[in-house]
Design a protein around this ligand. Sequence first.
Ligand code: AMP
Ligand code: MG
Length: 545
Amino acid sequence: MNDILRNLPGIAAPLDLCDPLLASRFDNSFVRELPADPLQRDVPRPVRKACYSRVSPTPVAAPRLLAWSDDVGALLGIARPQAPDGAAAAVLAGNRVLPGMQPYAARYGGHQFGHWAGQLGDGRALTLVELIGADGRRRELQLKGAGRTPYSRHADGRAVLRSSLREFLCSEAMHHLGVPTTRALSLVATGEPVERDMFYDGNAQDEPGAVVCRVAPSFVRFGNFEILAAHEELDELRRLADYVIATHHPELGPPAPEVYAQWFDEICRRTALTVAEWMRVGFVHGVMNTDNMSILGLTIDYGPYGWLEGYDPGWTPNTTDAQGRRYCYGRQPEIAQWNLLRLAAALSPLIPARSDLEAGIAGYGRSFAAASRRITADKLGLLALDADDDALLTELDDLLHAVETDMTLFYRRLAEVPTGRAAAQLADDELLAPLRPAFYVDDGDCGRHLLPWLRRYVDRVRRERQDPAARRARMNRCNPKYVARNYLAQLAIDALEQGDASVIERLLAVLQRPYDEQPEHADLAARRPEWARHKAGCSALSCSS
Ligand code: AMP
Ligand code: MG
């Protein structure tokens, strides 16, 4: 592979998206190697015995580049477009398909809120092409909001600016936090209105439309396998599995029954690590349906997601989930396992020994527990947890919940709590002072609840005799200062809807270094302001997007 790449033109210097030289790095392996829907009509319909349908994006009125990720551009070897309304914006809005691109919409199904929902598929997303990046890796360029496909059902194939900006911003922020995720190259305004009833209350309104160009090695989901298994399309099931293994796990070797089992183990392991990372940073996905679970263990499909502000394991940002709270923060590990069981059922024709599937699921539990213990130790600045720490951990969970405490601020500031020899002699207020900014309602009482725990914690830290500077640095590598707080994304949306890109640009830049102090941007690390407590888009989000 490296030899091929060395001979490819344009690897060193980034190219314009429309530069014909870039096409030498295009590939369409998904289209080439997997069974296609024989029909080529974008009319919504059930599709059978296929992994995808060839589609064309539907052009929009006035494509205009609103935001660009230089980081992803560099990865792909694509230069930032010179003109916001030039040829690159036309490609990124779906108005122009470049030679060498073979756009398709993937066929998938899924379990939504615990129930089999049948065929779903890319109803408003389409993969334009796979691009071999500057690092030699293959990544799909996928447009979201580029028009109807055979999988659009009753919907319009479009996306609104607010949800597109949220996906663009958060996927980049997650990457820089170190969480496995799909990424985003661009955000383009369509110049067309999209009608949405944001809270499903009969108040439909026109909103500005947008298209995000998402980037990932693969957008295949658990649901791509589930739909094939549901229709007993076993040849197609095997071909999709073989394709994913050969393309994304070549180290597992050529397909064979034991290779399928190892692959399932790997899916379980990756899923466990990603969910453990979500828990670390306080991310709530909001719609963990099996069609929103990546076969590569990436965070995928940013919809009504949210960030824990006041620590509350029962919190869900998704208004559709407000009653059942199936997808709340605290249940994410359990739901991921439930989803893996659905995937196990879909893969059972390939992995007939039940014990192999059970071993994968058991591996999920082990991987999650191990990752979670390592993360908890890092968050608390402890070298390792022991059984005696269980009470300390449970009590902290209860305390953070009982007194509305900002999760991000609490852990970040915990590194500032004095733990030196003099700590035992410190007055209560001095010990608590670093944590005060984390309390949402500080009537003086918050700290009193926490104090007995804090004193025990300080003693526990002191027993390990760590180097204070090394401990602090390790904590600060695990506990971000900056996350894409819900209200910050909303401020960026409000500004961009008025034509002001400065807020999103600043956020993108700051969120690229979430663990650095960046004191000049400290306002972006502050507690959620009170005006945002119940504001739509800041605390409650709907699936309407
Ligand atoms: P989501 O809840 O965004 O993961 O989407 C669930 C399913 O609905 C997927 O099959 C999407 O492609 C489809 N979908 C969501 N919004 C639209 C839309 N505006 N037009 C067409 N399909 C959509
Ligand atoms: Mg989805």
